[in-house]
Design a protein around this ligand. Structure first.
Ligand SMILES: [Zn+2]
Ligand SMILES: [Zn+2]
Length: 378
């Protein structure tokens, strides 16, 4: 390799995850967090700096649950919190946080260019912890490619599309977790079943008595306590619900303070569903567990619930960033998205079907049916 030519200036198209800038002290190229070594590493010259583990204090602070009502009060009073430069994606609406002197990035969700001229400042609740990426770009790309290759009836050209570099982008997606304790008073009825024997006059003795089950209902009332811990709610609608299946399972034991080095090379999405909206989703998810607790409390064989009132108390939350790799590609003019859990490697995606392959498979199936039918009739 020649050293005479100076390193080319970055191209006009921004690099994905460029919304954070970590120039390499060796060569000036952008460094990125390397999950395999837990280091900030330069892909151009190989320079790497290992990241020390967080101090005990910093770690405790990252995991500290915050008071929900206090946070709402502070937001309403516009008390100091994170003031972030945010760029809205003109194509999909996702909001990406820009740091420092960064001028451009690609939207992690749809690969549209984002420019700092479009930035506005938003007051936000600061993310207190994150789960670092465990899969690096190469590993994620392999998961992505294997997933595509194993799709039945996918067009051949699709495999070429996803094998291209930068087909996949890493983004820290905003999440909320909620804790709460609840007390629910209810009234209802307990149903106890018993068997009755009908002696029908005139029935033949050999037929025996007719048996049937009746339920006796007794009015009842009571109260149940249910506590909830770490109900996880995603803070943005950027990943479609049918792809978010792989984002339900997280090992939160890996949470760490959101040190800037861990963010290097990745985009950071800003929440669009705020603290209150997230809580109302969490509140909805509590109903099933409360319902089950009431039914256990009523007892008997069957339960009826006529009325209930829940008091939710001691609501606490954490605001987290969780790692997601997103591959998006266009095929036949249509956009498709593949989502890889950046911690577990679980993958889910949208995919096109090759009409020719599907048609051939249908014809083959019909031929097999005809052959089988003629064999069995002959
Ligand atoms: Zn370097
Ligand atoms: Zn976008």
């Amino acid at each position: 390799m020649s050293n005479s030519a100076p390193t080319a200036a970055p191209a006009a198209t921004p690099r994905p995850g460029a919304s954070r800038n970590f120039p390499c002290p060796g060569c000036g190229a952008a460094m990125a967090f390397d999950p395999g070594r837990c280091a900030l590493a330069c892909a151009s010259c190989g320079h790497a700096r290992l990241l020390p583990p967080p101090t005990t204090d910093a770690q405790a602070q990252a995991l500290q649950e915050q008071d929900y009502h206090e946070a709402l009060r502070r937001l309403a009073a516009r008390e100091p919190s994170l003031e972030a430069r945010v760029v809205d994606c003109p194509a999909c609406g996702a909001q990406t946080q820009f740091d420092g002197h960064v001028v451009g990035d690609l939207c992690a969700f749809c690969a549209s260019p984002l420019l700092v001229e479009q930035a506005h400042v938003e007051r936000l609740i600061r993310a207190q912890a994150l789960v670092p990426f465990a899969l690096d770009r190469q590993a994620a790309q392999q998961v992505f490619s294997r997933w595509v290759a194993s799709r039945w009836f996918a067009p051949n050209a699709l495999k070429h599309t996803v094998s291209q570099a930068d087909g996949i982008r890493g983004v820290y997606v905003p999440w909320w977790t909620y804790d709460a304790s609840t007390v629910t008073t209810y009234r209802g009825e307990r149903g106890v079943q018993r068997q009755v024997v009908d002696h029908r006059p005139g029935a033949s003795a050999s037929a025996g008595p007719a048996r049937r089950v009746v339920t006796d209902w007794t009015p009842t009332a009571g109260a149940v306590q249910v506590a909830f811990d770490d109900i996880l709610v995603v803070g943005s609608p950027s990943i479609p619900a049918h792809l978010a299946r792989v984002l339900g399972d997280w090992n939160l034991a890996a949470l760490r303070p959101p040190e800037p080095d861990l963010l290097a090379g990745f985009s950071v999405e800003v929440y669009r569903h705020g603290l209150e909206q997230g809580f109302s989703e969490a509140r909805g998810r509590m109903e099933g567990a409360i319902d089950a607790a009431i039914r256990r409390d009523i007892g008997g064989h069957q339960q009826r619930i006529h009325g209930r009132q829940t008091v939710v108390d001691d609501i606490r939350f954490k605001h987290l960033l969780l790692p997601v790799w997103i591959g998006s590609y266009r095929f036949g003019g249509k956009p498709y998205q593949v989502v890889v859990n950046g911690q577990t490697g679980e993958v889910e995606g949208d995919r096109p079907y090759s009409t020719i392959k599907v048609a051939l498979a249908v014809i083959l199936a019909l031929v097999l049916v005809l052959v089988f039918a003629s064999l069995s009739s002959g």
